[in-house]
Design a protein around this ligand. Structure first.
Ligand code: 5GP
Ligand code: MN
Length: 343
């Protein structure tokens, strides 16, 4: 990590044309770390373009600098401009993902670009596509890694209100990826980083409210609908929910509305794994969550073209919704002993 930061310091001593990109369907960590990094780099005099592979959730539309984000898949014109920026870039920063497939179509453009590539991430098993890597699977969030990088590059940050926007971006990522500071990833360093950022005087409560307490009513009703048909499988200590395309339409679901629903499945007593199957346009998107030592990352990787973290992972299939659920039920016996032994 220190080596990568030294190399970055060298690189950033000259003005660069920089692209920052993050995984598709970006969450608060992906977007917060990207926008925080962008704020820092722009202040240092670099030209920065932030590109999201896809649209992003409504509850992140307040993040400082969000209006500058270009969405690659928005239109042909947008694709062209993004491609030009990427071709002309001298540095491409890849935040909060470890495989180029997580960029959808944008992955190929980034792969073929000649710019130096920097990966900043905390997912397992990164692909080897970057020239510089700041990668730590123990980091609670990519925003925590960005915090460490920018503090190494400028130890005087976060001393006054000038850095409130930066603090808000990074706090959004850390708060959400730690499950509001309750996951095992919440180390003393996490709290120290937040304490440091609080010297700016930013309002924690406001960030929390904007992200968690600003849902359209229809989103809560969608959650209620999903919960009303939850399946609990006591023999596997597992629960799962499904949302059909019709459900999503009925509750006028938009990007990000299904985020977090899977977490409720873990609230059922004695359940240590929850899954949510969502019928999207050309695929079924799956989210997994687990408690304790059971790795949903391994399950998503082995059977559902996915990955992520031990306790939070995702995947996708091109099967029908019913077939996807069947294939999930079919692999459960293989994991039964592991699920039973979770403490
Ligand atoms: P979520 O369920 O919130 O979409 O994703 C949970 C975690 O799994 C996130 O860390 C996310 O990056 C990862 N993840 C979700 N979908 C995929 C996928 O299709 N492939 C991989 N490799 N990781 C995924
Ligand atoms: Mn993350």
């Amino acid at each position: 990590m220190n080596q990568a930061i030294d190399a970055l310091r060298d690189l950033l001593s000259q003005p660069q044309r920089i692209i920052i990109t993050m995984h598709r369907d970006p969450d608060a960590d992906a977007l917060g770390s990207s926008l925080g990094w962008a704020l820092f780099l722009r202040r240092q005099g670099h030209q920065v373009t932030v590109i999201s592979p896809t649209d992003y959730p409504n509850n992140l539309r307040w993040l400082p600098g969000i209006e500058t984000v270009m969405v690659y898949e928005e239109s042909g014109a947008s694709r062209k401009i993004c491609q030009q920026h990427i071709e002309q870039a001298t540095l491409i920063c890849c935040l909060d993902f470890s495989a180029l497939s997580r960029l959808k179509d944008l992955g190929k453009v980034v792969q073929e670009a000649t710019a130096t590539k920097l990966l900043v991430d905390h997912h397992l098993e990164p692909e080897q596509f970057a020239d510089l890597m700041v990668w730590d699977t123990n980091a609670a969030a990519t925003a925590q890694l960005i915090y460490q990088i920018i503090k190494a590059l400028d130890p005087n940050l976060f001393q006054n209100e000038q850095d409130i926007p930066l603090a808000e971006c990074l706090y959004a990522g850390i708060m959400t990826d730690t499950g509001s500071f309750r996951h095992a990833s919440t180390t003393p360093e996490v709290h120290l980083a937040v304490a440091d950022m609080m010297h700016t005087g930013f309002e924690l409560n406001r960030v929390h409210r904007l992200i968690f307490d600003s849902s359209p009513l229809s989103r809560l009703q969608l959650l209620g609908h999903a919960l009303s048909k939850i399946h609990v499988l006591p023999e596997y200590r597992t629960s799962y929910m499904t949302l059909t395309a019709a459900d999503l339409e009925l509750y006028s679901s938009s990007v990000g509305d299904t985020d977090g629903i899977v977490n409720y499945g873990l609230q059922v007593e004695d359940v240590v794994m929850s899954a949510l199957f969502i019928e999207r346009k050309d695929e079924v998107k799956i989210s997994f969550r687990s408690a304790g030592d059971f790795s949903v990352r391994d399950l998503a990787h082995a059977y559902f073209n996915g990955g992520g973290h031990k306790n939070a992972s995702g995947g996708r299939t091109t099967l029908s919704l019913a077939e996807t659920v069947q294939s999930f039920l079919a692999v459960l016996p293989e994991y039964q002993a592991q699920l039973q032994s979770v403490r």
